[in-house]
Design a protein. Structure first.
Length: 296
């Protein structure tokens, strides 16, 4: 048979041996992927590769990023994220608004800028709302509150937790948010002023002016199913608490050089990464660029 196709028996068996070896390596890679996906069920392929690369190197498994992404694609393990939005911002109020003072600054340390936002949570008993405050540099969630209403009190509770969780309380801090009623209310503004926190707000209802907060909302919903339908508040609280803990302590951020938020929060003056819009033929970034983060 080998003579019929013009190849030697040695070449034939060497090829079979390579195929078997490649399949064994692929199975080992998939085993490691499934271990991570047990905790991070919808973590994207590029972050998965970054997280697993040290493990693969330690186990002497040679696998570049393109090959890794192709394995995920072949096994139908790439995650597709549906986009759904429900507006939680009420800017139709008579309270004072504040200008955007962070649009032209470079964020070079943790606790330089906190960003705030509210996102909806589904339960069988109706909608609930998750109030989040995130550090714009490290992407660490500093404070949060879950409630079944959009009252200012819940935003104040999340802010108090974020201020209490500060690691560097002596640093000058800016609080950035949209122009929603909760963030413009006198009780919220008073708490910021009493803690000597400067106030910054988006110029209009534009998610790009509060991009970090919007991105964190998306990660929690798309990768950890936080936006999914829970039985009730107790169930939602348990799952959200675990998701935020995983996010802060175990999920690498591409913009933070693959560090998890808790690690990034301890560092200063590293260049935050952004990803080139130029894509490979297989649909993921070819290059990465290093620039200082500009939130606008």
């Amino acid at each position: 048979m080998c003579r019929l196709f013009g190849i030697s028996r040695q070449s034939y068996y060497q090829r079979i041996k390579r195929l078997i070896k490649n399949q064994e390596e692929q199975n080992r890679i998939l085993t490691e992927v499934k271990k991570v996906r047990q905790r991070h069920k919808k973590m994207g392929g590029i972050k998965l590769y970054g997280k697993l690369k040290p493990v693969l190197n330690e186990k002497l498994i040679k696998c570049g990023r393109d090959k890794f992404m192709q394995i995920l694609r072949d096994e139908n393990l790439l995650v597709k994220h549906p986009r759904k939005y429900i507006k939680t911002t009420n800017s139709n109020h008579s309270f004072n608004r504040y200008p955007n003072i962070i649009h032209s600054i470079d964020i070079v340390r943790s606790e330089q800028v906190f960003v705030s936002d509210i996102t909806y949570i589904k339960t069988k008993k109706g909608f609930m709302y998750l109030y989040l405050i995130t550090d714009a540099y490290s992407k660490q969630i500093m404070g949060w509150e879950l409630a079944d209403n959009l009252k200012v009190l819940n935003a104040v509770k999340a802010l108090k937790k974020a201020l209490k969780n500060r690691k560097y309380p002596g640093r000058k801090l800016i609080h950035h948010s949209d122009r929603g009623l909760q963030y413009c209310h006198p009780s919220y503004i008073d708490l910021l002023r009493r803690n000597k926190v400067k106030i910054s707000m988006t110029n209009q209802y534009d998610p790009y002016e509060n991009a970090v907060a919007e991105r964190v909302n998306g990660i929690l919903k798309m990768e950890y199913d936080v936006g999914g339908q829970f039985v009730g508040k107790k169930d939602a609280m348990r799952e959200i608490k675990y998701a935020i803990w995983l996010y802060n302590t175990d999920r690498p951020h591409l913009s933070c050089h693959g560090l998890v938020p808790e690690e990034a929060h301890k560092l200063e003056n590293y260049k935050l990464k952004t990803w080139s819009k130029k894509l490979s033929s297989k649909g993921y970034p070819l290059e990465e660029k290093e620039i200082s983060l500009n939130v606008n």
